[in-house]
Design a protein. Structure first.
Length: 249
């Protein structure tokens, strides 16, 4: 029997997600082990964002979603969040007319409402992890740079004390130096005990930071394996990592 130490944090089996009659994700299975970063890479339109929306309960889906050892397919969004499943969406969806501090406090609202006292300590942790946010705590979220908005979206998600943090295209629209900073932070989060499911078009960065990877194409699983093995795969190198990587492979 699988014990708690080896039991997957998230296990997805034969997942199907459709928009009307069009199936965007077809028969997809994946696993996220505790304390790991798992990346899902693939081109635009592959179904990556749809996958995360279904896992979060934002889209109806067929199949099995097991989270923390229990079926989650019928749970609502708030129930999944309460169990520590948190999504940082591609568009970040911040409250632009509210301050950085207010956005972060909203991330801890459910914990505060339930009477948990530790949520303010989490706010201090977020400021330590993202010192730029502390410097701008009184600034309106809508006036932040792209990298700062991504940090705020991640910080707000961390206010919910996630067990599994799902990141949708965290590097989107960011300068290379900022992308490097964001991925360094992602690696630090794993070291602090947060498991991460990372959806990303920047395959090189995703495979460098993750432990295991899945390649999604037209809604179906095309390849999977340890991230280092995928990065060395000639097909992955040629399609997602550029010619130099393909030649090296």
């Amino acid at each position: 029997m699988t014990n708690a130490a080896t039991q997957p944090l998230l296990e997805v089996r034969h997942l199907h997600v459709a928009y009307g009659k069009v199936e965007a994700v077809h028969d997809l299975s994946l696993v996220v082990a505790p304390g790991t970063i798992v990346s899902v890479i693939g081109p635009n339109g592959a179904g990556k964002t749809t996958l995360l929306a279904a896992l979060m309960g934002l889209l109806p889906a067929r199949g099995e979603i097991t989270y923390l050892g229990e079926p989650a397919i019928r749970l609502g969004v708030e129930q999944r969040v309460a169990r520590g499943l948190v999504l940082v969406p591609e568009r970040r969806e911040l409250f632009a007319a509210m301050s950085v501090a207010d956005n972060l406090e909203l991330g801890g609202f459910q914990r505060a409402r339930s009477g948990e006292r530790g949520w303010r300590a989490t706010l201090d942790e977020v400021y330590r992890r993202f010192p730029r946010l502390e410097d701008r705590r009184a600034q309106l979220a809508g006036t932040l740079s792209g990298g700062e908005r991504q940090m705020l979206a991640m910080g707000r998600a961390l206010m919910g004390k996630p067990r599994l943090l799902m990141l949708d295209e965290p590097s989107l629209g960011l300068a290379p130096l900022v992308v490097r900073e964001i991925f360094n932070i992602i690696g630090e989060l794993r070291a602090s005990g947060v498991s991460i499911l990372l959806v990303e078009q920047n395959a090189r960065a995703a495979l460098q930071v993750s432990d295991y990877g899945y390649v999604l194409e037209t809604g179906e699983l095309a390849l999977e394996g340890r991230s280092a093995e995928l990065a060395a795969n000639p097909r992955v190198a040629a399609t997602y990592l550029g010619r130099d990587a393909a030649a090296a492979a």
